[in-house]
Design a protein around this ligand. Structure first.
Ligand SMILES: C[S@@+](CC[C@H](N)C(=O)[O-])C[C@H]1O[C@@H](n2cnc3c(N)ncnc32)[C@H](O)[C@@H]1O
Length: 405
């Protein structure tokens, strides 16, 4: 592989933005890819994958390169050189690249790879917390799985098309997909492609959504005609799925504390031709109180650490802080306490997170069930999805039922 100067410069600038300016990796990649319209698919792949690689393996590469955040330009070139050597890519004869001690880099890599926190490139606190909660064996395998590159998964929008026809339409647009066992609406791309450019996307035939995430709406056991509340809807990945499972009949009330997220959901709902969605911003306790005892189904897709989706957001390894997890756990219990009141007698509720930590998952559900608000609910079932077993994102979902009055 021959390195191209302008592609490499785009990578270097992005690494600076991510680590020195706190820019999110996906935003930095988006900006980098806009730099030159003439870049082809292979150039874009190089830029995106190299940025993500250096972010994912940051701690390991920084130890080898002996550099620390904030990085000066020279530091970033050293990180890049480590990436090249470990990938077996010949270094070009550029001024920015100084003397690179190839043998020493490979020696340090072999030595550091013996210790999990370096090998898997994770902060000490994260390694300790996850080992404590999951145990040594499960965590060792899980973090290795979470460091793999995420696959691109589509969810067929069954309001507008069947999975089989979508697959054909995408093939006609040179996007090859395969079915995913046990995920009825999912298609996986064996080769990454920019699916957002396809006509099929603009026609509302699919959404990009991880296979594990696609299990959540189905877990809520919705039926056409029901009144369903999606309490932490965000930009609506699961709201749109609920609407499709309900065949556009009944009502999905999508709520979030951020109006800006619900605005994005509005755009997506229009493209999806999902007409049974109403949006409500949670700006006081009023919108919740109005729905007390009224909903057939309530989904709480709770804010969480996101430790199950590190594949998609490798920079969360560096941005996440233990204090954030402590705080978000309080929010998780609070939303369970408050939003469960919207379930009507005999109705059902799903609590879900994209975390793999028991303290954000089954412990929260158990705490809820033993509290005053939870005494009217019975536990039906739960599902713990680990990346090492599923091959997809880590997720948790629990189904609870409110007793009849
Ligand atoms: C895991 S994300 C939701 C993802 C979304 N359901 C989807 O499928 O695309 C959690 C969401 O909860 C929202 N949130 C945080 N605190 C909340 C609260 N107290 N009440 C309602 N929503 C909240 C966040 O803004 C965020 O959009």
């Amino acid at each position: 592989m021959r390195l191209h100067r302008n592609l490499t410069f785009a990578v270097i600038d992005s690494i600076r933005d991510i680590f020195n300016e706190g820019v999110y990796a996906d935003k930095a990649v988006e900006k980098a890819l806009k730099r030159d319209k003439r870049w082809g698919a292979r150039d874009r792949k190089f830029v995106a994958e190299t940025i993500y690689d250096i972010v994912r393996w940051n701690r390991l590469y920084a130890e080898i390169a002996e550099v620390k955040v904030p990085y000066d330009r020279d530091n970033i070139w050293r990180l890049f050189s480590v990436w090249c050597i470990l990938r077996g890519i010949a270094l070009p004869d550029w001024n920015q690249i100084g003397d690179v001690p190839e043998r020493r880099i490979k020696g340090r890599f072999a030595e550091l790879s013996k210790t999990r926190k370096f090998r898997e490139s994770i902060p000490d606190w994260m390694d300790e917390l996850c080992e404590k909660e999951l145990g040594n064996e499960v965590w060792t395998k899980e973090i290795a799985a979470l460091n793999e590159q995420a696959k691109v998964i589509l969810r067929t929008n069954t309001l507008n098309i069947s999975k089989e026809l979508l697959q054909k339409k995408l093939r006609a647009e040179n996007v090859i997909t395969e079915f995913v066992p046990n995920h009825p609406d999912a298609l996986v791309l064996p080769e990454r492609a920019n699916v957002f450019k396809t006509e099929a996307f603009h026609n509302g035939f699919f959404e990009v959504q991880d296979a594990s995430s696609q299990l959540v709406a189905a877990y809520l056991d919705v039926k056409p005609g029901m009144k369903v509340v999606d309490t932490c809807a965000g930009a609506g990945g699961k709201t749109l799925h609920l609407s499709a499972l309900m065949k556009n009949k009944g009502q999905v009330i999508a709520m979030d504390i951020y109006e800006s997220k619900l605005r994005k959901l509005k755009v997506r709902a229009k493209r999806n031709k999902a007409h049974n969605i109403d949006l409500r911003v949670i700006d006081s306790t009023k919108p919740i109180k109005k729905l007390h005892g009224k909903a057939d189904r309530v989904l709480i897709d709770a804010p969480c650490s996101g430790l199950g989706v590190i594949r998609r957001n490798p920079d969360s390894k560096w941005k996440l802080q233990p204090e954030f997890i402590d705080n978000i756990k309080k929010v998780q219990q609070d939303v369970l306490q408050q939003y469960s009141k919207m379930v009507k007698p005999g109705g059902k509720m799903v609590y879900a997170t994209c975390s793999i930590l028991p303290s954000e998952n089954q412990d929260q559900v158990n705490n809820f069930l033993t509290s005053e608000a939870g005494k009217d609910f019975t536990f039906v079932k739960d599902k713990k999805v680990l990346a090492q077993i599923s091959g997809f994102d880590g997720f948790y979902m629990a189904l609870l039922e409110k007793k009849q009055a």
